[in-house]
Design a protein around this ligand. Structure first.
Ligand SMILES: Cc1ncc(C[n+]2csc(CCOP(=O)(O)OP(=O)(O)O)c2C)c(N)n1
Ligand SMILES: [Mg+2]
Length: 353
């Protein structure tokens, strides 16, 4: 497994440490802290019945480094735990909170499962709920980039569970055969809801699956921002040079429940979670930054406080907003509304006044 920064934030592989400005590293830490804070609040809001649903990313925040390794116009196809990529590109945290509340400021107009947002402006594509579908979509988009010769690379995220989907095979096979500029990034967080990795595959390592599709496969420590940055950078370079796709298996762990609708204590032990809690990505980046003299512990604490306050304020604002106007559900499908939708719209207006 490729690793640069170990669990205690100590550089184990000096030769491969990517040269990243200190300011940039602090930005990563900030976004990771912002997201972790959003999870804590999101779960509480859901329990209090103030939002309907929450998908935590806790433990998997190191994917922020994947966005950092790409260019602005490269396409990102997330699964549903890659919020940090959107935030890295400038998707606003405040908008994300509006989205969780599905209010009239939610760009998705309350139509999507909270967490399944996208942003045209940021080349961050809405995920589809059926597992694995984004893999074929991304392969197609990468084929498009190759056809147009626009120099763009596509990264697609999916879980260990998604490697059992038909779309994983179709997407990876297509990508390998047509040498598309894609990065297949598997977030192996050990679980697919209650199904453990050992029930998902008999393969020794998910990375080995790349062999069958004629592309390089590498297993990396997915909680190590340096490993993520370095391997996504290399994969993007290969893709841009026309050398085809790469499969990255990022070994990580879902520290929280699958979603707010899940109770992991029914299928996994607290001991297992404890082991992984010590390997989590924020702690190790924080230790590295403190040991390197880039930030102080006090500054790190201040970041947690800052995002706690900031997100609390966003929640206050978002909760005051009304839901999207009812007639908005008829928008965006047809340029001109057909008669049957007009009929339904009128009925909605009549019914709800
Ligand atoms: C085709 C399909 N089957 C089942 C589901 C229900 N489902 C939602 S998430 C999930 C587990 C996915 O696990 P994994 O790919 O490892 O991603 P993770 O949730 O661990 O990030 C399942 C089975 C679904 N959404 N789509
Ligand atoms: Mg999983």
């Amino acid at each position: 497994m490729f690793q640069i920064l170990n669990e205690d934030g100590i550089v184990k592989d000096q030769e491969n440490v990517p040269k990243i400005p200190a300011k940039e590293l602090v930005k990563w830490l900030e976004l990771m802290i912002a997201l972790r804070t959003l999870d804590q609040k999101g779960m509480r809001l859901q329990r209090q019945g103030r939002i309907g649903f929450h998908i935590p990313t806790t433990g998997q925040e190191a994917h922020v480094a994947a966005a950092a390794a790409l260019k602005k116009n490269d396409w990102i196809f997330p699964a549903y735990r890659e919020h940090a990529c959107a935030l890295y590109r400038g998707y606003s945290l405040k908008t994300l909170v509006h989205h969780l509340f599905a209010n009239d400021m939610d760009p998705e107009k309350g139509r999507r499962l909270p967490g399944l947002f996208g942003s045209k402006e940021h080349n961050f594509v809405n995920p589809s709920a059926p597992i694995g579908t984004q893999i074929i979509q991304a392969s197609g988009a990468a084929y498009g980039a190759k056809y147009l010769k626009d120099g763009n690379v596509v990264i697609v995220f999916f879980g260990d569970g998604a490697t059992s989907s038909n779309d994983f095979h179709s997407g990876m096979n297509f990508g390998g055969v047509f040498k598309v500029p894609a990065i297949y990034y598997c977030q192996n967080n050990q679980w697919a809801i209650s199904v453990p990795l050992r029930r998902q595959t008999a393969a020794k390592r998910l990375a080995d699956k790349a062999l069958g599709y004629g592309m390089p496969g590498i297993q990396i420590d997915g909680n190590d921002v340096f490993a993520v940055y370095s391997q996504v950078t290399q994969a993007a370079e290969r893709a841009r040079k026309g050398e085809g796709p790469t499969f990255i298996e990022a070994v990580t762990y879902r520290l929280g429940p699958h979603t707010s609708s899940d109770d992991p204590s029914r299928y996994r032990s607290e001991e297992e979670v404890k082991i992984w809690r010590n390997k989590e990505p924020i702690r190790r980046l924080k230790l590295y930054l403190i040991n390197s003299g880039i930030i102080t512990e006090k500054e790190e604490n201040a970041l947690w406080e800052r995002y706690d306050k900031e997100i609390t304020q966003y929640i206050k604002e978002a909760e005051k907003r009304p839901p999207p106007p009812l007639d908005s559900m008829f928008d965006d499908v047809y340029e001109e509304m057909p008669w049957h939708l007009k009929e339904q719209l009128n009925e909605v207006k009549r019914f709800f006044g």
